[in-house]
Design a protein around this ligand. Structure first.
Ligand SMILES: [Zn+2]
Length: 305
């Protein structure tokens, strides 16, 4: 990159870090097209209502890829607090991306059945993984069909029932929008998006097979009982979203994609996407105000691919 030629090494590193962060945060990665059949959570295309919410300095400069910028392990701004990993989720120790400037190296989770398994754009589930203890949580959903979308793993389902009960007791009844998604479903949906829009475009709103948290059976999108603003940006302004933000950790859930952490999680703010991790981790994550990546010491910027 020519820009760096006249800069001192320290400045290059600093600038490279900023570039990585800004480049990583600019994708509308989890968003599904308006069809609502998507692998992402949103029913509507993302509106850039709050351009300032991406963490780090807003830099107009674009890089081709974080790997090219030369400092793939640059810590993100939120990573100052050293994480205390309580588990070892990764097969091999993470190493700097070495993919010739084309995206990040992908690691396969060694503990796919662990409730603390990390799944994001850099870490995927094994292709053959199927959760063995999926059940139907006894909570209302915004649809009537008996499909896999209702399912969660047993422990997460029990915790969800308690969470829904507590929300109802606080006069804010909730409904499920979408929970489990099989690897096969994700493969089909992703392939259809690639066919329709091309791979590059599809990657902006759909998770690749193996990379969706919904495949763990530990994630669920929720809405208020009316289903209004289900998996849409307007949910953020609801009382239910506020309640979830304040209370989910009590039941072992985290708001997996918090506001302002897009450069770390790889996803924009999704106040409706709950991930079950168990109360030990959820309470600590809520207390520290960190992401799951930061908590596990995996807070390298996530490539938008
Ligand atoms: Zn979701």
């Amino acid at each position: 990159m020519k820009l760096f030629a006249s800069l001192k090494p320290a400045a290059v590193l600093l600038l490279a870090g900023i570039l990585i962060i800004s480049a990583a945060g600019c994708g509308n990665d989890s968003k599904a097209p308006p069809s609502g059949t998507g692998t992402g959570d949103s029913n509507a295309p993302k509106t850039a209502a709050d351009p300032a919410k991406t963490s780090g300095a807003a830099q107009p400069v674009q890089t081709d890829s974080p790997a090219k910028a030369g400092s793939p392990a640059a810590p993100s701004p939120g990573a100052a607090d050293p994480a205390k990993p309580s588990t070892q989720p990764i097969t091999s120790s993470p190493k700097p991306a070495d993919t010739g400037g084309k995206g990040q190296a992908v690691q396969v989770a060694a503990n796919p059945a662990d409730k603390t398994v990390l799944v994001n754009k850099a870490y995927k589930l094994p292709d053959s993984y199927v959760p063995q203890d999926l059940v139907d949580p006894n909570v209302p959903f915004i649809f009537k069909e008996k499909t896999e979308k209702r399912k969660l793993r047993k422990e997460a389902a029990a915790a969800l029932e308690k969470l829904f009960k507590a929300a109802s007791d606080d006069k804010l009844p909730l409904s499920g929008v979408s929970a489990y998604r099989s690897h096969e479903t994700q493969k089909t949906v992703y392939a259809n998006y690639v066919k329709k829009d091309g791979e590059e475009a599809a990657n902006k709103y759909s998770a690749k097979p193996g990379h969706s948290e919904h495949e763990t059976g530990l994630a669920i999108d929720v809405a208020g009982i009316s289903g209004k603003c289900a998996a849409s940006d307007c949910f953020a302004a609801t009382k239910e979203a506020k309640w979830l933000d304040e209370n989910a950790a009590e039941f072992g859930f985290i708001i997996r994609y918090p506001k302002g952490k897009e450069s770390i999680t790889g996803y924009q703010y999704e106040p409706w996407h709950l991930r079950y991790v168990g109360t030990e981790m959820s309470k600590e994550i809520a207390k520290r105000g960190v992401t799951m990546e930061e908590y596990l010491g995996q807070a390298v910027p996530v490539n938008k691919q």
